[in-house]
Design a binder for this molecule. Structure first.
Ligand SMILES: NC(=O)c1ccc[n+]([C@@H]2O[C@H](COP(=O)([O-])OP(=O)(O)OC[C@H]3O[C@@H](n4cnc5c(N)ncnc54)[C@H](OP(=O)(O)O)[C@@H]3O)[C@@H](O)[C@H]2O)c1
Length: 214
C-alpha cells in the first residue's frame, strides 16, 4: 500500500511510520522539516512540505492509496481552534485535488462521550491545559462529518497516550470513552499505531470516529 503520512516525525506519527514500514508498505513522510522518521529504509521517502499548501499536498499525495495524518494543533499557548481548522481545510482541499479518496486521521480523546451528550472535555477535572487542543479536535471531527467527497476515519486515542511498549493488544471503541476495570483509559503510542495501520489496511470504518484503548 502507498501511504502519504502527514506529521511523520511526531510522537504518534513516527510510530505509525515505523509500524507501516514494518508491514512492507511504502510511506511518503511529510513534515515541514523534511526529516525522516527512520534511517535507511528503501520504502520510505521523506519530503519537506507544509500541509497548509494544498497544491503541494495534491502533488505529493497523487498516486497514493491513502492519506494518513498525525498533524497537531498549535501548542504555543495560543487558541489552536481557528489555525487547526484552517490547516485541515487546506489539507482536505489538497487531498481532494490529488485524486486520493481516503484519509485516516489521528484524533483527540476530549470529544469522546462519557455520558449521554456529555463529552470528556466538558467533564469536571478535564485539564485546562488540554482544553484548547481538545476543542480544536472536536471542531475537526464536526467538519469531517460534513465531508462527502472522500472517505474519512478519525481515530481517537485513549486520553493517556505516550511512548511505551508494543504489546500488540488493543480494544476498538466508538463514540464512547472506553475504560479499564480501574476506570483509567490509556494506550501506548506503539499499540495505537498498530490499530491505526490495521484500519489503513482494512478500511473497516469509513466515515466514522473510532477509539483505541488498551
Ligand atoms: N489523548 C489525546 O487526545 C492526544 C494525546 C496526544 C496527541 N494527540 C493528538 O495526536 C496528534 C499527534 O500529536 P503528537 O503529539 O504526535 O504531535 P507532535 O509530536 O508535535 O508531532 C507533530 C508532527 O506534525 C508535523 N507538522 C506540524 N505542523 C505541520 C505542517 N503545517 N505541515 C507538515 N507537518 C507538520 C511535525 O513536524 P514539523 O514540525 O517538522 O513540521 C511533526 O512531525 C495531534 O493531533 C494531537 O492532538 C491526542
Amino acid at each position: 500500500m502507498k501511504i502519504v503520512l502527514l506529521g511523520a516525525t511526531g510522537m504518534v506519527g513516527s510510530r505509525i511510520a515505523t509500524e507501516a514500514l514494518s508491514r512492507e508498505h511504502e510511506v511518503t513522510a511529510i513534515t515541514r522539516s523534511g526529516l525522516a522518521p527512520e534511517d535507511g529504509n528503501p520504502r520510505l521517502t521523506a519530503v519537506a512540505a507544509d500541509a497548509s499548501n494544498p497544491e503541494r499536498i495534491a502533488e505529493l499525495a497523487a498516486g497514493h492509496d491513502v492519506v494518513a495524518s498525525a498533524l497537531v494543533p498549535p501548542r504555543d499557548g495560543s487558541d489552536p481552534r481557528e489555525p487547526f481548522s484552517a490547516l485541515y481545510d487546506d489539507v482536505l482541499r489538497g487531498v481532494r485535488q490529488s485524486g486520493v479518496r481516503r484519509i485516516v486521521i489521528v484524533g483527540g480523546a476530549g470529544s469522546l462521550l462519557v455520558g449521554p451528550g456529555e463529552m470528556l472535555l466538558d467533564s469536571p477535572g478535564f485539564p485546562d491545559a488540554y482544553k484548547g487542543e481538545a476543542l480544536a479536535h472536536h471542531d475537526l471531527l464536526t467538519k469531517l462529518r460534513d465531508v462527502e467527497y472522500l472517505d474519512w476515519t478519525y481515530i481517537s486515542p485513549a486520553p493517556e497516550i505516550a511512548p511505551g511498549v508494543r504489546t500488540g493488544t488493543y480494544r476498538i471503541g466508538g463514540e464512547r470513552l472506553l475504560t479499564g476495570d480501574d476506570g483509567t483509559s490509556s494506550i501506548s503510542a506503539e499499540d495505537y499505531a498498530i490499530a491505526f495501520v490495521d484500519e489503513l489496511e482494512s478500511a473497516e470504518h469509513p466515515n466514522e470516529r473510532i477509539s483505541v484503548v488498551h
